[in-house]
Design a protein around this ligand. Sequence first.
Ligand SMILES: [Zn+2]
Length: 499
Amino acid sequence: MTGKRLLVRGGQVYDHHGDVHKPKPADILIENGEIAAVGPNLNAPGAELIDARDRLVIPGLINAHYHSHDTLCRGLFEEQPLETWLLYTLPLGANRSKEEVRARTLVGALESIRCGITCVQDMLGLVPLDDANTDVVIQAYKDIGLRVVFSPMVWDVPPVAMVRNKDDLPKDVQEMLGATGRPIKDQVDYLEHQMRRHAVGGTLHWALAPFAPQRCTPVMLEACAELSAKHDLAIYTHVYETRGQRLIAQEQFGKYGHSLISYLDAHGLLNPRLNIVHSVWIARDEMDRMAKADAGIVLNHLSNMKLKSGIAPVCDLRDSGVRLGLGCDNCSGSDVQSVFQAMKMFCMLSAVSEPEPGQPLAHEVLRHATVGNARTAGLSGKLGEIKPGYKADLVLIDLNDVAYLPYNSAARQLVYTEAGRGVTTVIIDGKPVMRDRKVKTIDEDALRREVESLMRHFIADYDAIVESRKRALPYMLDAHRKMWAADVPMHRFVPRTRA
Ligand SMILES: [Zn+2]
């Protein structure tokens, strides 16, 4: 709604640098999609008014790791190892109808908005990588009004490389996981072509997503490094999600000091534009290198636990000073797009890993979920705070909700108590995409009917995939068990007291 003026009147405006427990009331004037002024009793004749009394106004939450390609899988799986999960989820995102691609994008976006997320990094597994598929996804985001850091995944080493000792698997099991690479040039050309067709602007941003170091040859990594430097694009890549990936580094990357961070570094990626996703099995010296390079880490506790990958070393990461972000990951791996859950998990896991009380966490994690996540996408100074000059991405939270009864601390109750129920109004790029809990940009009931109809076909495909992959299950479970039985030479999870 560029050009339109909006006045958000009388809310308690959350300021990372102010009183994070009882933010002061203020008005927010929005012009041309940006915050023009913040202060008491602003005068803005002709501006559309949003009454924010009894509301907490927070910077829009950002989800720094997400894949929209499998939102229709939510609820299909219980906890299971990543190795077996891969068998099912990879095909469920590929070669789908345009109607399904649009619907799945809208479902994830709708959930995000209802949960106070105003921007997602969509590390999309788009198969095939073509104009038509890309147009469908980008149009869906534009239609619903969610800001997206669009990052289709690229890789040239086949998916089976995600599994340790892949050569021990029978040939047909290797093929089930994916045993064919993809040409580098086609993918780099695709990215450049799409960035020209869909230029950055409004709610669309781009980033690069080489799938994972072990899924990319040095040539592919160097091509990504070059693109990143040329277009000043952030990079997101999965690193050390599982114990098996730590072992892969140990066993296959000896030339790089047994470190995937060294491998990324050797091929031009260890720099301030880099974000590694997960880092459950990162070593302490690697954290220090990341911190020194001003590279970032995006934590995804929810999927790490459900996929039996382990728990990221939150306290060591905090101590190392590496910059941190948070993600919610796939709907097939954690089933929810809720930064509230991700923030709470960050605090809870930090709390349980050390016997000694540490620093207060709630307002820190709110920074990670806003300014920290904005930084991952190279959007510092544009997203994550409510200040003049920032994009008008705001969320109004209902302080009459029982989560705030009694109301003692905005930061703590947002992190420990809020489940998303309090989100009433969401403004993105200056446009109210949800107002008083009613989504204004799409017909939610029509989407519900569309998904119901698509699911008949989707579930039939899912059942067929599960049936056809039964033979692979014992092999994948065996790979998972061997990985946990193998010795990982790392200092991890030793309770320690703070000096
Ligand atoms: Zn991921």
